[in-house]
Design a protein around this ligand. Structure first.
Ligand code: RB5
Length: 145
């Protein structure tokens, strides 16, 4: 499985550590940046990650910024992206089981790296439940007022 990953400066340290953790587990990782702790704008890395997941260059994605909200807002502008913000393992499971999130977003400034690893493992190992949740997902796409 190929996983695309990105962060802004707030998530940079965790991104590097998570890439190493996942590579050691056998996942293929594609890094969309950022590549230093220098302050940057999260949409500059979120959009390329979303493009990669939408066009199949990555099977799933992981994104981190300070709160996770900037990444989630940007990623969810893409029609076929369901970016889910998770800050504990229970939500990490539910965001796959109920929302079939194809990008996991985590708030780097508000959780430990141990939590990042456990949330990521939980999300990767959870299965979408389909059924009534598929019906709800089908109603998500953007509507014009
Ligand atoms: C950066 O200071 C911060 O605004 C960013 O990491 C993120 O939390 C935005 O949503």
């Amino acid at each position: 499985m190929k996983i695309g990953i990105c962060s802004d400066h707030a998530g940079f340290e965790y991104k590097g550590r998570l890439m190493e953790y996942l590579e050691n587990k056998g996942y293929e990782i594609k890094d969309f940046g950022t590549y230093s702790e220098e302050s940057m704008d999260y949409p500059d890395v979120a959009h390329p990650l979303a493009d990669a997941v939408e066009n199949g260059d990555a099977d799933l994605g992981i994104a981190m910024c300070g709160t996770g909200n900037g990444m989630a807002m940007t990623l969810n502008k893409h029609r076929n992206i369901r970016a889910g913000l998770a800050w504990n393992t229970e939500i990490g499971a539910l965001v796959k089981q109920h929302n079939n999130a194809n990008i996991l977003v985590m708030p780097a400034r508000f959780i430990s790296f141990d939590e990042v690893m456990r949330i990521t493992d939980t999300w990767l190992n959870s299965e979408f439940e389909g059924g009534r949740h598929q019906k709800r997902i089908d109603k998500i796409p953007v509507r014009q007022a």
